[in-house]
Design a protein. Structure first.
Lengths: 127, 225
C-alpha cells in the first residue's frame, strides 16, 4: 500500500465517521446519509483497487479511469451549483418577504401613533 | 377619487429630489406611500418630512420589491386605485390624473403610461432604440402588444393590484407585470404620457448593459418560476 492510499483511506474513513455521527444525532437524514456513505465506500474501494476505475471506464467507452472520475466530478459540481443557486433564490425571496413585512409593520405603527396623537390632541382641544 | 388613490413611489438614493416630487403630488393626491429601499443618502428623512406613509426596507431589495411593498401597504389601507410613480421627477401629475380617471371610469383595470403615444421628439435617440428593443422582445416572448413596457407610470384598480404580485425583486418587474397582465386577462389601456428627460432623470435611467441584465433576470425568472 502506498503512502497516498493510506492518506486517502483515512480521510474517507474520517468523513464517513463524521456522517455516521451526524446521522445518529439526526442532523443528516437517513437517505442523504446513506448516499454519502455509498459514495465514500466507492471511494475507498477505488483507493484500494485503482485499476477498477479503468475497468469501469473501459466498459463505458472511456480510456482511463481518471478521466471517468473527472467527468463524474464535473457533473457533480454543476449539479451542486444548480442546487445552491435554487436555494439562494428561495432565500432571497424569503428575505424580501421578511423585509416587506417589517417595513409595513413599522410604518403602520408610526402612522397609528400619529393618528392616536392627533386624536388625543383633538380631544384635549374639544374638552 | 383623489382620496381613494394611493401613489406608490420606490425610492433609492433620491434625497435631493424626492421631497419636492412627493409634496407636488400630495397637492392632488394626499395618500403617497414612499418605500425607501435601503438608501444610504438620507432619503428616508426627506420622505418622513414629506409624507406620513414612509416605509423603509432594512436592506436593499430592488425596485420591484419596493413597489410590491408599497402596493401591499396601500391595499391594507383600503386603496381603491394604486399608482406606481417614479421618484426622480420624470412623470407628470396631469398624466397620472388622466390614467386614474381611465381606471376609475371602469373602462380598464390597468392603465399603462405610453411615452410613444404622442409627441416623441424629446426622447433621446438611444433611449428610444433601447425601449423599442424591449417592446420587440416582449412581443416575441409574451405575444403581447404593448408600446412602452418599461414605463414606470402605471395605475391599477384594487382588484388588479390584488391579482398581480410582483416577485421579480429588481428591474425585471416591468417585464413580469407585462406577463402577469397577459395571463390574467385584465383589461389594459395605454395612455399617452410625457416623460420629462432632465439631466437628473437621464442619469438615473437604465443603460444598455442594464437592459441585458434585466432581460437575463426576466428569462431566469420565467424558466424557474
Amino acid at each position: 500500500m502506498t503512502a497516498f492510499q493510506i492518506i486517502l483511506l483515512s480521510s474517507l474513513g474520517a468523513i464517513a465517521l463524521t456522517i455516521v455521527a451526524l446521522m445518529l444525532r439526526g442532523a443528516v437524514g437517513r437517505i442523504a446519509g446513506a448516499l454519502w456513505l455509498l459514495v465514500l465506500f466507492a471511494g475507498m474501494v477505488f483507493a484500494i483497487k485503482p485499476n477498477l476505475t479503468t475497468t469501469i471506464a473501459n466498459a463505458l467507452g472511456i480510456n482511463r479511469g481518471t478521466d471517468l472520475l473527472l467527468y463524474l466530478l464535473v457533473l457533480a459540481v454543476l449539479y451542486g451549483f444548480l442546487l445552491i443557486y435554487l436555494k439562494l433564490r428561495r432565500v432571497r425571496r424569503e428575505l424580501t418577504l421578511l423585509v416587506r413585512e417589517i417595513a409595513i409593520r413599522e410604518a403602520s405603527r408610526t402612522t397609528d401613533d400619529h393618528a392616536r396623537a392627533q386624536d388625543d390632541a383633538d380631544r384635549e382641544a374639544s374638552s | 377619487m383623489a382620496l381613494g388613490t394611493w401613489i406608490v413611489i420606490p425610492v433609492y438614493n433620491e434625497a435631493t429630489m424626492i421631497g419636492r416630487v412627493v409634496r407636488e403630488l400630495r397637492t392632488v393626491f394626499p395618500n403617497v406611500v414612499c418605500v425607501d429601499d435601503g438608501s444610504s443618502d438620507g432619503s428616508m428623512e426627506a420622505i418622513r418630512r414629506a409624507t406620513p406613509h414612509a416605509l423603509r426596507h432594512l436592506v436593499n431589495r430592488g425596485q420591484g420589491a419596493a413597489l410590491q411593498t408599497g402596493t401591499a401597504y396601500a391595499l391594507r389601507h383600503g386603496a381603491k386605485w394604486i399608482a406606481h410613480f417614479d421618484a426622480d421627477g420624470q412623470h407628470r401629475i396631469e398624466d397620472l390624473v388622466r390614467m386614474v380617471e381611465a381606471v376609475a371610469s371602469g373602462s380598464c383595470d390597468i392603465a399603462l403610461g405610453n411615452r410613444f403615444g404622442g409627441d416623441t421628439s424629446d426622447i433621446p435617440a438611444g433611449r428610444r432604440l433601447l425601449l423599442r428593443c424591449a417592446v420587440a422582445f416582449h412581443r416575441m416572448v409574451s405575444g403581447i402588444e404593448l408600446h412602452d413596457v418599461h414605463n414606470g407610470l402605471r395605475v391599477l384598480s384594487r382588484a388588479a393590484a390584488e391579482r398581480i404580485e410582483i416577485t421579480a425583486d429588481r428591474m425585471a418587474h416591468a417585464s413580469e407585470i407585462v406577463d402577469l397582465i397577459a395571463q390574467s386577462g385584465l383589461r389594459v389601456e395605454q395612455v399617452p404620457v410625457t416623460i420629462r428627460y432632465t439631466e437628473y432623470s437621464k442619469a438615473k435611467g437604465q443603460s444598455w448593459t442594464a437592459g441585458f441584465r434585466i432581460m437575463f433576470h426576466y428569462l431566469v425568472g420565467r424558466v424557474l418560476g
